[in-house]
Design a protein around this ligand. Sequence first.
Ligand SMILES: [Zn+2]
Length: 487
Amino acid sequence: MRRNLRYNSGRPVLERVAAIALLHDDRLFPAQPGARALARSLYQTVRDLPIVSPHGHTDPAWFALDEPFENATQLFITPDHYVFRMLYSQGIPLEALGVPTRDGTATEPDARTVWRIFASHYHLFRATPSRTWLDHVFQDVFGFAERLCQANADTYFDRIGEALAEPAFRPRALFERFNIELLATTESPLDDLRHHQAIHDSGWPGRVITTFRPDPVVDPDYEGFAGNLDALGELTGCDTTTWSGYLDALRERRAFFRTMGATATDHGHPTAATRDLDAGDAERLFRRVRAGACSAAEAEDFRGQMLTEMARMSIDDGLVMQIHPGSFRNHNAALYARFGRDRGADIPTRTGYVAELKPLLDRFGNEARLRIILFTLDETTYSRELAPLAGHYPVLKLGPPWWFHDSPEGMRRFRRQVIETAGFYNTVGFNDDTRAFLSIPARHDVARRIDCGMLAEWVGEHLLDEDEAFELAPLLARGLAREAYRL
Ligand SMILES: [Zn+2]
């Protein structure tokens, strides 16, 4: 029947569909013809470079166990808060999307039903980065040429399901197909890193490394903080009821993470506040925090002190620090109570760096061995605070646009506001920062296209020479990340 349907052009639908791709070859390039031509040439030189992914949240169990992904819903919807926050904002309850609850009460159990809801609301994602990433995966990984919609929801679901059962769609095979040179995950100091050990022992050459993310044991407001410190003590044999024993335990876990490939730490604090207390004050503060008796201000002091302690340890062991401040986590109290963290209810806040980082920088800002990569969710800080800081302090570099700003316009705003003051070489290339494994090539491709487009425009304005643009393109795509993260 479909063969009889015709567009106005008179061409049959099937022929027409075959001629349509989900993605345009020139997507995200400048519209102006001269800049577009140069952007294309630059992009040709970086399109196929291996992917370096030094910061993200994929599950190392995927690569340790190499088991097939279950189905389209498990892959694209249930774990991805970028996706379900949009659906939720349009009145679709998380229960209907099969998102698990904290107390185990039932939510929609049928993956196909969830997929149909998603497909019939795919228009909600128009012009969002999620749409670009998803279309990229649908086309490049699964071979679809027709946009997802209500009518083809089942075709999509079935074809993705069939593909996932094939050996070529197992996590390791996809890792290789995606040409990933290195993938970093993030783990708590309480993690035994068994999956990283298994990857290491398996002889598989894929390079998956961990990152030391100590929030559960340095943030007094973290769920289960006191119990986490007990667990840290048991794991290390250190006495985590004392300040010095606690610091020893952290040093020990960092050393262990380094044996599992870690080259970096990551700190997800509510603010960028740092402190530089003398040893007696730090110890007294620790005792209050340890007893669960600290105020909100003391909790902030403690997190700030711990950033400085982490910097001190980084000077010794060489781990690069990443500071990811400014997310108001779990903003929707009722949703948090029912579904827990990472459910799309995290909202950016105003964030300061100049006064906040000063205690740490007064102590360690000129240390040759220390490196700190700063991220922000507050774009007003790009030209006012971050670029001037990174354009001066040798220890500071700027991470790429993060989370809500990991988008074509977000990348352009970042480059336009920081490069003039910080230059390219105080930035660190691209991070995909994702838990959605299949979207990694799509995300790097967006960054490469936007960077090539911006370089082309700046060559057009004679701000850069063409040979400089060709030198910068691969650095932005890969080289700066390798260098910054000491890979
Ligand atoms: Zn992250």
